[in-house]
Design a protein around this ligand. Structure first.
Ligand code: ACO
Ligand code: OAA
Length: 371
């Protein structure tokens, strides 16, 4: 047996959902750049779930279904209220999604129709959960979703409890498009492993949230902001802090990628969003600091920013606290996860690789008094 550590380069399955070819990311064959510049998130949801862009009546229907599914079961809302106030929202989100499964009578119905409904229901409810967690931590009552709002509008509305700001809505909508799917990343793979045992969609998405939470994956965006806010603090500290980190062989969060060696195609969109927000808010600090970090890490280490790097300053400009950065990633990626769950069920085989055993051999059982 030969081992590819971290499964690097291993092609584990076939998929028709998204592809990374020569550094170009496409959803269902459409370049992400085109989607980021032209589509809205609901169109991308439909595209990922159904393999093609929606016609107007199909888009209207999806929006209606999302609107009708966004409210949480009262029992789950009560659970959110009982969670410890200082819990990380990714831990709370993971637990809340698991709880949702207990209040869905069809949780274990793995028919395509039931799973399509669950995919819409989960995608609709994640923003409601994240916004409720945000408000509860601040001692505020959660705000109910409004069915007439778009996905991004609803999220911004439920965070602040007032008419959503257009700039924030546009930025969130684009960020959701950019994060929606990414071939066989760790959380998607985890969701497919769970699905392949013929477990239910709630279990698969709970698995995925737990996997996205880690700092080498989705959790990096929060750490980028922690580095900017707490370690670097001022522009003149970028160079000494980055140099110290590199000398100590610390990873710089938001840089490097297992697949992209010549840059993540999503990063340029987030960088531009961060630049535009720095201008419209008149606060250039986070953007300038990010640019300088980017310049240094590229020059000294040859590493380029990934999707997590400029999403941090973008969200910071929108006034979003860094604890919510990874949950926002989940609000988007649930679309990709559920598309992969549907694809896995459609042509399933248990996912069970092998391990090369490197431990001791020919050992004997010693009775406890002789050890
Ligand atoms: C949405 C996403 O999940 S995007 C990724 C988000 N994660 C991060 O931003 C965390 C920081 N980045 C990393 O840890 C890595 O680049 C990963 C996890 C993304 C990819 O990891 P891998 O493909 O396993 O690369 P690996 O960790 O083996 O790194 C290869 C070499 O580059 C170095 N390296 C990779 N990323 C970084 C980084 N961000 N900062 C400093 N050095 C790095 C490693 O130290 C290693 O150096 P060495 O060969 O001298 O030991
Ligand atoms: O593909 C990966 O390994 C990580 C990533 O960029 C993502 O999940 O968006």
């Amino acid at each position: 047996m030969s081992v590819a550590k971290g499964l690097e380069g291993v092609v584990a399955l076939t998929s028709e959902i998204s592809s990374i070819v020569d550094g170009v990311l496409s959803y269902r064959g459409i370049n992400i750049d085109e989607l980021a510049d032209n589509a809205n998130f609901e169109e991308v949801m439909f595209l990922l779930w159904n393999g093609r862009l929606p016609k107007q009546d199909e888009l209207d229907q999806l929006k209606k279904q999302l609107g009708a599914s966004a409210e949480l079961p009262p029992e789950v809302l009560e659970q959110l209220k009982a969670f410890p106030k200082d819990i990380h929202p990714m831990a709370a989100l993971r637990t809340a999604v698991s709880a949702l499964g207990m209040y869905d009578a069809e949780a274990d119905d793995n028919s395509h129709e039931a799973n399509q409904r669950k995919a819409i229901s989960l995608a609709a409810k994640l923003p409601t959960i994240v916004a409720a967690l945000f408000r509860l931590e601040k001692g505020l009552e959660p705000v109910s979703p409004r069915p007439e709002y778009s996905h991004a509008e609803n999220f911004v509305y439920m965070l602040h409890g007032k008419e959503p700001d257009e700039t924030a809505v546009k930025a969130i909508d684009k960020a959701l498009i950019l994060h929606a799917d990414h071939e066989l990343n760790a959380s998607t793979f985890a969701s497919r492993v769970t699905t392949a045992t013929l477990s239910d969609m709630y279990s698969a998405i709970t698995t995925a949230i737990g996997t996205l939470k880690g700092p080498l994956h989705g959790g990096a965006n929060e750490r980028v902001m922690a580095m900017l806010e707490e370690e670097i603090v001022t522009l003149d500290q970028v160079e000494p802090v980055i140099q110290r980190k590199l000398d100590n062989k610390e990873k710089i969060m938001g840089f490097g990628h297992r697949v992209y060696k010549d840059g993540d195609p999503r990063a340029k969109h987030l960088k531009e969003m961060s630049r535009q927000l720095s201008e419209s808010t008149g606060d250039r600090k986070w953007y300038e600091m990010s640019m300088k970090v980017n310049e240094l890490v590229e020059a000294k280490k040859g590493l380029k920013p990934n999707v997590d790097f400029y999403s941090a300053s973008t969200y910071a400009y929108l006034g979003i606290p860094r604890k919510l950065f990874t949950p926002i990633f989940a609000i988007s990626r649930v679309t990709g996860w559920t598309a992969h769950v549907l694809e896995q069920y459609a042509d399933n085989r248990l996912i069970r690789p092998r391990a090369e055993y490197t431990g001791p051999v020919n050992q004997s059982y010693l009775p406890i008094e002789k050890r």
